[in-house]
Ligand binder design. Sequence first.
Ligand code: DC
Length: 377
Amino acid sequence: MLAIRGAITVNNNTKPEILDASRMLLTEIITQNGINVDDIVSVIYTATQDLDQVYPAAAARDLGLTMAGLMCYQEMLVRGSLQKCLRCMVLANIDRKQSEARHVYLRGAITLRPDLISPDETKADEPNPVVPDPAESDSTAIGIDKVKSDRRERFVSIAIDGPSGVGKSTLAKALAKDLAFVHVDTGALYRAITLHCLNKGVKPEHKKTVVDVLSAICIEILYKDDIQRVILNGEDVTDRLRSPKISKATSRVAAIPEVRAKLLDLQRNLAHSQNVVMDGRDIGTKILPRAQVKIFLDASVHSRTLRRMCDLPGSDYDIVKRELEARDRDDLQRSVAPLKKAPDATYIDTTNKNFDEVFERALSLIKDRLRNHTLNI
Ligand code: DC
């Protein structure tokens, strides 16, 4: 008998989200362990008390597990534990050593098992997939084989990359609102790691010491009123991430390969479970090389300096410009995942455009690319 565990988080306590997450978790457990569905004896789900809209085991029935024993329990309320979390235990009648079981932790739940955070799993610069023809894609048909292979294409990813101060996050946030997608600001994740280092007196230039503290860092993303919040070791640090000191130190911390590896799955898992507009430096090239739409935003240093100064009242032009140039150098010259336009990204120079013009250009590009796509919400 083999016992396999798994966990996943959901953003909202709604029936579709709970069922979708339950399905995804079970499918991953089955496929990663190469289990024959008929060998599954029982599936036990547990849910934290903030998830009460549906029994998650209904998803197992949808996947064809009609013979296995299915059960759901509500979890104890443990202070400080992950919220909106589903756990699953699959018992399969297989002759395999228990030590060979591959436990599965997805989305925010990956933070429960930092040891599972893996290095890159797909090649960068992979071409975009062909957008599926709705006539051929059956978004309601669910089957073990199909769910796994379709998982990455079922949700739409829009990747926005570009240098500091170009307005990526502002654009990504507005697009996400218009499209009812989730906005993922990946810079905030690197900033949170930097905040932890500075709090612990670790200097960003001391690479080894930064790497040493990584295992003590647990980062989660939550959404409150559709706004991304970054939780660092259980504490919401979102409002402390944008100081010039953090900005400066982050470009150093983000150049460390182990830091990037730590954040890789968190970013990918967010995109594999919902429609996202994700902004950063390596989203189109490295994190989501199969994103359906990729945009590379650019602008002159002069215009980015002026924009940045609007966010920092009383700041000095020369200082802001020098800092931007230093961050550009760090982002462009680092050896891992440097800032680079993906070959299939659309380049938008925003130097002489106002926000509305950039927004309209990006939105029409997205609508054009997704014309034939059936959205999963
Ligand atoms: O987008 P931002 O200014 O919040 O990013 C902060 C720093 O993090 C910036 O120096 C570049 C780095 N970063 C990165 O290397 N990769 C990302 N995907 C996002 C940000």
